[in-house]
Design a protein around this ligand. Structure first.
Ligand code: GDD
Ligand code: MN
Length: 420
């Protein structure tokens, strides 16, 4: 019986974090390579990592089973991977094994951590499609079917995203939004090839085709397993499905500062991983036409800057610093509107509500101000540190900051469609 061996703790003897290929799974090692009659591949293996989710585990098992029994009768499995929770989540889950034949429960006693829990679950899985969903009902279960149909239509990876149409967060504080976006921004700087491929790289709700990651050595750290999948898998086609991140009703989040530190460590490790380099198929699709439009808009900003400086400083007699700050802001606002209408007009035309335009303007402003700080820093390094000619230093700094402004705004300002 499929569930039997998971009633006790599986024995993980190696550190190997590879996901086996389906063809290997169907070979029974005890009968010299012939196909095991017991093995039947199934379509979907959905992993639910849990730690102290005793208040949620029954509901999540029931809801997921109801949805999947209907969509994929006898063609899926639900794998709970619990890290020996002190509140005995694993024990509660085990009481449902007889009621739900597609349920498997893993109780890990030798390892801990969200990412490795997911990988261990997938290693034990028999499905062609591997998925993950949180065990605390913050991920709306009905989105599963959209993810599944995206995979069935050819995507290698289908990600539930808070940052595409119909996505959002229900009731997050400014601080939490800021931290989440800050983490994404950092990712765009340290690991642009990987992080820029999806609108919500922090998502822990997705499905991936087994063949895209089978045989790859996965070495995740901390919470963000999707980054590992994107960084090391052979992912060609990606689909994104919007979802609203629900509030937690039972139990509590396990995120602490340690997860932020691990995330940064994880980014750097992927960045400098020699195994990845050379094999990486992902290209950055740099939208050159958009970039040229962005630069042209930049020139219009320069004209606004110069013209209004003349007006404020020379004509009205305002102080130079005050004038310079005011005109810089005017130029930013000018640039925003032209970019919104022209450079990114194809994207923004779907989101013309005043609130959304305002949100984009605020984002654009913050990113450009960060760009300004970056420019001053760079100029100092190039001029004072490397003793470059000041005009060459300034020119290089302008190129760097324009690229920054373009790239980060492309990924963060003209992509978001949160509906709260
Ligand atoms: N097995 C195991 N081991 N499970 C864990 C561990 C662990 O060490 N830590 C957390 N989990 C489980 C939780 O029980 C829950 O089911 C799920 O992983 C997510 O953990 P939370 O602590 O609830 O995370 P969150 O709500 O703050 O963060 C979520 O939001 C992100 C979006 O920004 C997570 O779902 C992320 O996966 C998601 O990307
Ligand atoms: Mn949660």
């Amino acid at each position: 019986m499929r569930t039997a061996k998971y009633k006790s703790t599986p024995n993980f003897s190696s550190d190997c974090l590879k996901i086996p290929k389906l063809s290997l799974l169907s070979q029974d090692p005890d009968s010299s390579g012939s196909n095991s009659p017991l093995f039947t591949p199934i379509h979907l293996s959905l992993v639910v990592p849990t730690y102290n989710e005793s208040g949620n585990i029954e509901r999540i098992i029931r809801i997921l089973s109801r949805i999947l029994d209907k969509a994929l009768p006898n063609d899926y499995e639900l794998i709970i991977v619990d890290d020996d929770s002190p509140d005995r989540t694993w024990e509660i889950a085990q009481t449902f094994l007889t009621e739900y034949p597609h349920l498997r429960v893993m109780r890990r006693q030798s390892e801990r951590g969200l990412s490795t829990a997911v990988i261990r679950g997938w290693q034990a899985a028999q499905g062609e499609v591997l998925g993950v969903i949180d065990g605390d009902l913050q991920h709306p279960p009905e989105v599963l079917l959209k993810l599944l149909s995206a995979i069935d239509q050819g995507a290698d990876l289908a990600v539930a995203s808070r940052h595409v149409e119909e996505g959002g967060v229900s009731d997050w504080s400014i601080m939490r939004r800021f931290l989440s976006r800050g983490a994404q921004l950092l990712g765009l700087i340290i690991l642009p090839r990987v992080i820029s491929r999806v609108s919500d790289p922090m998502s822990g709700y997705f499905m991936v085709r087994r063949s895209a990651i089978a045989g790859k050595l996965m070495n995740p750290l901390g919470y963000k397993i999707l980054i590992e999948v994107l960084g090391r898998g052979d992912i060609e086609q990606i689909a994104e499905v919007g979802y609203v991140f629900q509030e937690r009703e039972e139990g509590e989040s396990k995120v602490t500062w340690k997860q932020y530190k691990q995330y940064i460590h994880h980014l750097f490790r992927l960045r400098f991983s020699s195994r990845r380099i050379g094999r990486i198929r992902q290209r950055i699709d740099f939208p050159i036409g958009r970039f040229i439009r962005f630069i042209l808009v930049g020139f219009s900003g320069l004209a606004v800057d110069m013209g209004s400086l003349y007006l404020l400083y020379d004509v009205l007699g305002l102080g130079l610093t005050r004038s310079a700050i005011l005109v810089a802001e005017l130029a930013i606002i000018n640039n925003f509107f032209w970019n919104d209408l022209w450079t990114f007009g194809d994207i923004s035309k779907h989101q013309r509500q005043r609130r959304k335009v305002l949100k984009r303007l605020v984002k654009f402003n913050i990113i450009c101000l960060m760009g300004l700080i970056l420019k001053v820093l760079l100029l100092n390094i190039l001029f004072n540190g490397l003793h470059l000619n000041p005009y060459i230093a300034n020119f290089l700094a302008i190129i760097a900051v324009t690229t920054w402004n373009f790239w980060i705004n492309l990924k963060l300002s003209w992509r978001i469609t949160e509906t709260n």
